[in-house]
Write a protein that binds this ligand. Structure first.
Ligand SMILES: [Zn+2]
Length: 149
């Protein structure tokens, strides 16, 4: 079943006031104001997602989600970050890009057996469909293409 565009949405926590918002996804360049503080919720860049929000933000999203499992001390994670930013911008509205800090989100990292970082996992409708482990920019591009195919 393919949902109508107006039914495509993701649940995101406002980076300013922490309110969870149901954000409708209309395509690139669209900014939804937060229902609480009215600041824009931006989809054209990676969004940090905590362990508590992972299931409702990533697994319940009606568009594909590319998850970047990273840590602040990880050099290759920093190397792949500009590519992840670029893909978020390029596929804004069609794919959500999120970052999960593996030092904070320990149970999520265990659930998906993240053994080395960076690991990028593509989710569609709550299921993992593919992943890239280590610094593999070409693989990461392929994941993004699979997401929006
Ligand atoms: Zn807000």
């Amino acid at each position: 079943m393919v949902p109508l565009p107006s039914e495509q949405s993701v649940t995101l926590r406002c980076q300013f006031c922490d309110r969870l918002n149901q954000v409708e996804v209309f395509g690139s360049g669209y900014q939804t104001p937060c229902s609480n503080c009215a600041k824009p919720i931006l989809l054209d860049r990676p969004v940090n997602v905590s362990q508590d929000d992972f299931d409702q933000t990533v697994l319940a999203a009606s568009i594909p989600v590319l998850v970047d499992f990273y840590a602040d001390w990880c050099g290759p994670c920093k190397m792949v970050a500009p590519l992840v930013d670029e893909l978020a911008r390029e596929h804004s509205g069609r794919m959500l890009v999120v970052k999960v800090d593996t030092d904070q989100a320990v149970s999520i990292s265990e659930r998906y057996a993240i053994r080395s970082i960076p690991t990028l996992v593509l989710f569609k409708e709550g299921e993992e469909v593919d992943r890239s482990v280590g610094f593999e920019p070409e693989r990461v591009r392929i994941l993004a293409e699979e997401a929006v195919a």
